[in-house]
Write a protein that binds this ligand. Sequence first.
Ligand code: TTP
Ligand code: MG
Length: 403
Amino acid sequence: MCDKGRKILHVDLDAFFVSVEQVRNPELWGRPVVVGGEPGARGVVACASYEARAYGIYAGMPLTRAYRLCPHAIFLKGSFPRYRDASARFIAILADFTPQLEPTGLDEAYLDLTGFEPIYGPTSEAALSMKQRIKGEIGVTASIGIGPSKLVAKIASDLAKPDGLVEVAPGEERLFLAPLAIARLPCVGSKTEQLLKRLGVTTVGELADLSAPLLRARLGSMGDALYRYARGIDERGVETPLAAKSISRETTFIGDTLDYPFLKATLRYLSERVGAELRREGKRTRCITLKLRYADFDTITRSRTLKWAINADQAIFDVGVALLGRALWQRRQLVRLIGIGVSSLIGEERQLSLLDSSMECWERLDRVIDRLRHRYGFTAIQRGQTLPLKDAFPTFFELYGCN
Ligand code: TTP
Ligand code: MG
């Protein structure tokens, strides 16, 4: 999927909430406008017009502070249904260009226009007509980045703001990124930024000069990602929400069973299979589903939605075991099939900063094992938790020399 010829677009509306208010009330054009609430209210700024940003106001800032910075700004409470409506019209316009469309927020989306040149001409022309339609039909301006990867397209659209278009040609990614501050890269939060600064790195170009082993030693799995990002390497594809979004593995037993350690060990093995594929696809999950088929062929599924998106084998397994325990407690009957699946998938880079340190450890371990399995085969390494499978599949264990 690292196709240099890809034409990925990232489209992001400018000062979205404020722009929608300005379309409603043209007197607001060209003025410092803040959406979020009245100046005396306790809330924070949701959106500031570019004129308000010139006073140092930004999203997330307390309204009281915004008011101190610019008392003559116009403060509006805003209306979410209005923004939702504008968002739906925005996405509908993009969908006219291609079904390869991945909305990632109310006012932003990725599109894949690879191979569309014979229809639209140069991709930049298609992007310009997109901008024109958005302005003509919704009344707001959009900024668009075009590049060979999502990473580059997203950064390009940020740099194009407001109302701009930036295209990065294939092969130019590293040059394009080199002068930018490291904070422009996804997954560089303030902690990572400080750490990199201590290594003397402030720009993406300087980051690209660091070796992969050094980055891994200092930043773990995030170091691997940064090594690739600094070179503009990002193989993620544009994914339509309608595309199949689940990964699952299941096993039917030769004989029906209610042997709990054996069921648990099988679940562990299946969790590792699912986890490996999840990571290979560069994804995390927020929903885990256990499937059981009882001896009488009655089949049940039990799901749990998680607060944070994960992709560690251990996390998938832990939830699976909890669901299994509850299902067997509710109905003790011989089991014929067990399966585990993950859905509600999102890109791996998101939420990294929210991971707790134990999860970070599990993920690091998974990555090591993934690499070894990639080289020697999945069954070359077995974890302790799958050992109860030894009696059921002796030849399998003998074959791979596990004691
Ligand atoms: P963004 O696209 O991040 O910001 P923006 O459209 O206001 O400005 P830009 O020109 O830089 O793209 O977010 C889109 C909308 O989401 C924004 O208009 C308001 C809302 N939002 C919040 O409600 N809270 C927030 O903290 C942020 C960042 C955005
Ligand atoms: Mg925006």
